[in-house]
Design a binder for this molecule. Structure first.
Ligand SMILES: Cc1cc2nc3c(=O)[nH]c(=O)nc-3n(C[C@H](O)[C@H](O)[C@H](O)COP(=O)(O)OP(=O)(O)OC[C@H]3O[C@@H](n4cnc5c(N)ncnc54)[C@H](O)[C@@H]3O)c2cc1C
Length: 366
């Protein structure tokens, strides 16, 4: 079966990889837009303490976290291990320590969701030992199954692995080609490519691409500005993810790097700019939690447009009234957690397996 996947962020790359592994003839197309979310995403995979109340979305998030160990093992079989993925643990560090009770209740209630791991209250000195720049006197809740991943490296690994399984990777801008009520392929720089199935995983840019179908995808870009700090020589490889539960967070990677995120600028449009207020907001929030980072080098600031649905729920499944066309979108602030798993679900749907997209189905608002 010939399948075209548009968008090589985490969702499209995962879909293409799973399809290529199953022997499909896959073409993955990407335009490398400035501000693509996967290249800017922080990479926290630790949903269990999240105050999220929407049960279906939480279930998908938890499914995403649960899928990671098998998923990374599968990539390792394909020779791809440079993902920046590590189960370093998550550390909840709210400014008001009384909030630790509520987060601990949530985590313990969800602790049946493998791979939560062990859950433990830490004294300030223990928390500081795990993440030295953390503010003093900060008690914490540690969840050992929390992980982080580098979205850029993971998406690149998925593309390479898909190609190893025979996929073709094309750089270009795709337009949907419809024949009657059927998606027959795409047009890329004037050339029509035909397919038996088209999957559109074009992130925040997808609504425009879907206009010819008559579907009004309720997704818009939400800008995130995210700061990378470095102090060469510091061994940050095992530092846990810090979650103060105030919408900001800090996480570390192997190369003496700490990432501080992020602004959430709804109604930003595709305005690809760093702003004084956005950067100040993120730095202030980060340094309030980890003042020990004040002397670190300001290494890089990234911008990403989260594909955010108007009801904050992912949008997954067939486009009503159009045959052979699937959409994956709306992963919002949690796409690096859910993306690999959602890509597998989309691939299964293409392959004709029964997948119930239920509350995430397009056109559904319940
Ligand atoms: C600052 C920030 C921090 C985040 N932190 C986390 C986190 O800690 N944990 C977490 O789970 N998630 C996080 N996220 C969310 C996550 O990054 C996104 O939900 C996810 O990356 C969305 O992936 P995507 O593949 O849907 O979209 P994208 O990564 O945006 O990919 C869409 C791709 O489609 C391409 N495209 C668009 N139109 C066309 C076209 N017509 N033709 C060809 N190609 C096209 C684009 O160029 C782009 O490459 C964060 C996001 C941001 C911005």
């Amino acid at each position: 079966m010939r399948v075209i996947v548009v968008g090589a962020g985490i969702l499209g790359a995962s879909t293409a990889y799973h399809l290529a592994r199953e022997g499909c003839d896959v073409t993955l197309i990407d335009r490398a837009d400035e501000g693509r979310a996967t290249a800017a995403g922080a990479g926290i995979v630790c949903p269990w303490g999240s105050p999220i109340e929407d049960a279906p979305t939480y279930t998908l998030l938890a499914g995403g976290a649960r899928y990671y160990p098998d998923f990374t093992a599968m990539l390792a079989e394909d020779g791809e291990q440079d993902l920046g993925y590590a189960r370093v643990g998550g550390l909840y560090v709210p400014a008001d320590p009384a909030e630790l009770d509520a987060v601990e209740r949530r985590v313990r209630f969800r602790a049946t969701d493998w791979p939560v791991g062990h859950v433990e209250r830490l004294a300030p000195s223990q928390a500081n030992a795990l993440f030295p720049p953390l503010r003093p006197h900060q008690p914490a809740l540690f969840v050992s199954g929390g992980a982080r991943v580098d979205g850029r490296r993971l998406a690149a690994a998925l593309r390479r692995a898909a190609v190893k399984h025979g996929a073709r990777f094309v750089i270009g801008s795709a337009e949907l080609v419809l024949k009657g009520n059927r998606a027959s392929g795409v047009r890329v720089e004037g050339e029509v490519m035909e397919a038996d199935f088209v999957v559109i995983a074009a992130g925040a840019w997808a609504p425009k691409m879907l206009e010819p179908t008559g579907l009004s995808l309720p997704v818009a870009p939400q800008r995130g500005q995210i700061v990378h700090l470095r102090r060469p020589g510091t061994d940050t490889a095992r530092w846990p993810v810090l979650m103060p539960l105030n919408s900001y967070y800090l996480l570390a990677f192997e190369d003496s790097r700490v990432v501080v995120g992020a602004s959430r600028e709804t109604n930003s449009g595709f305005d690809h700019r760093l702003t004084a207020a956005g950067v100040a907001e993120v730095l202030n929030a980060g340094l309030a939690v980890a003042p020990g980072l004040a002397s670190w080098t300001l290494h890089e600031i990234r911008i990403g447009f989260r594909p955010l649905a108007d009801d904050n729920r992912p949008k997954l499944g067939p486009v009503p009234g159009v045959d052979n066309l699937l959409v994956g979108n709306g992963l919002g602030p949690s796409g690096l957690t859910m993306g690999p798993y959602c890509g597998r679900l989309l691939a299964e749907a293409v392959l004709g397996k029964s997948v119930d997209f239920g509350p995430f189905a397009l056109g559904r608002r319940t």
